[in-house]
Every structure is written in structure tokens, then in C-alpha cells.
Design a protein around this ligand. Structure first.
Ligand SMILES: [Zn+2]
Length: 158
């Protein structure tokens, strides 16, 4: 199991984000997968996905985590084709590009609050995203950031 990102911003490791700014999320945790490990799948991202994961963290995950003020676990981030097929992901899933993350923050009630927070941040012009989805009645929150398609689509209402 991955640990929750409970460390403070100043304590978290720098990951070459280029501007000396530490992140709440590591690329490693965005690529970690128990399924990939079990099945012996190499889920390391290609350069393009690695870059897009950084953008996802910088544009969405870090600002959301900062506003949320409590740990958020990424249960699934980047998925190579093989892993995506194994976990039943859509064929054109944004996870394949390194543009999506599934967020876990506690109970369904907390996921509703986090979902609402993300919507409010978007409405206030603080963030933009491609899709925000309440998956399986708020069992987790899917969010994606495809730089060329920031349509701010919200699926799964309160
Ligand atoms: Zn997802």
C-alpha cells in the first residue's frame, strides 16, 4: 500500500519540477499499481506521459491538495495500455496519456465535499480541468487535465 501524502510541503521531496517548488505528489506514486506489480507489468511512463503527469500535478493535484488541507491518495494515475486493459479502463482513457488521477480522500461523504471544492475552485477561476467525475457514486473522484482540451466537464452531480 502507498502511504497517504501526509508530509508537509516543505518536507516532501523535490522532484525536478524545475522551479524549486516541492510537490505533494510524486510521479512514482502516480505510476504505482498493485495490479501492475502482481502481473509483472512495467508501468513506467514514456517521456510524453511523464511530462503530462507533471503538468497534472502542477495544474490540478497540488492546488487541490493545498486547498483541501488533508491527505489525498492517488489510487490510479498513469496506466500503460496493458494495465489499463487489466483494470477495465476505457480504451481512450486519459489515464493512458498520464493526464488523469483517481483520488481517494476518505469516505463517500468526504469525496462529495472534495468534489464540491474542486467545482468551486474551477468556478472561481483557480483551476481548469478536462473532466471531473464522481465515480461509482463517489467511491472515488476521477479528474483529468488534457492541456489541449480544458472543457471543465463535470459528470456525476451532487
Ligand atoms: Zn480514473
Amino acid at each position: 500500500m502507498k502511504s497517504l501524502n501526509s508530509i508537509s510541503r516543505s518536507e516532501s521531496p523535490l522532484l525536478g519540477r524545475g522551479r524549486g517548488e516541492a510537490s505533494y505528489f510524486t510521479i512514482q506514486e502516480l505510476c504505482a499499481s498493485a495490479t501492475a506489480q502482481r502481473e509483472g507489468i512495467d508501468n513506467r511512463p514514456p517521456t510524453s506521459a511523464y511530462h503530462l503527469l507533471h503538468v497534472l500535478v502542477e495544474q490540478l493535484l497540488d492546488p487541490i491538495r493545498e486547498a483541501w488541507g488533508a491527505p489525498i491518495l492517488v489510487s490510479s494515475g498513469y496506466r500503460c495500455k496493458e494495465l489499463n486493459a487489466l483494470v477495465g479502463g476505457a480504451k481512450n482513457s486519459h489515464h493512458l496519456l498520464g493526464c488523469a488521477a483517481d483520488l481517494i480522500a476518505g469516505s463517500k461523504a468526504e469525496h462529495r465535499r472534495l468534489f464540491e471544492l474542486i467545482r468551486q475552485m474551477q468556478q472561481a477561476g483557480k483551476i481548469r480541468f478536462t473532466q471531473l467525475i464522481a465515480e461509482d457514486d463517489f467511491r472515488w473522484i476521477h479528474i483529468s487535465y488534457v492541456p489541449s482540451d480544458l472543457r471543465c466537464q463535470v459528470i456525476g452531480d451532487m
